[in-house]
Ligand binder design. Structure first.
Ligand SMILES: [Zn+2]
Length: 99
């Protein structure tokens, strides 16, 4: 399994501007998911209707090693939730939007 260097984000020019409001966030997130995920079903229930929630923070656990050069120790995570069974997939919003 290939791994990329830790802490690398896609080039800034490939990421979208940070949305200024909820409607812009939703339309940009949906467009990004359609482009990258297509019409993939949930791996547990096989339905293919998803919901997107607001970005949350994943914070590194105290006392554990951190990524060298990590500027903040947190990750902006966009929850994508299966509308049928509730399975949650977290997408690193830093791969979609530039801050
Ligand atoms: Zn599901």
């Amino acid at each position: 399994m290939p791994f990329e260097p830790q802490g690398e984000l896609p080039p800034r020019e490939r990421r979208l501007p940070l949305p200024e409001n909820w409607d812009d966030y939703m339309s940009a997130a949906r467009a990004w998911l359609e482009r990258h995920w297509g019409d993939r079903p949930c791996p547990y229930c096989q339905d293919n209707v998803w919901r997107i929630n607001e970005v949350v923070s994943l914070v590194n656990a105290p006392g554990w090693p951190t990524v060298s050069g990590s500027p903040s120790g947190y990750y902006p995570a966009m929850p994508v939730i299966c509308a049928t069974c509730g399975h949650i997939v977290l997408v690193n919003a830093g791969y979609i939007f530039r801050q």
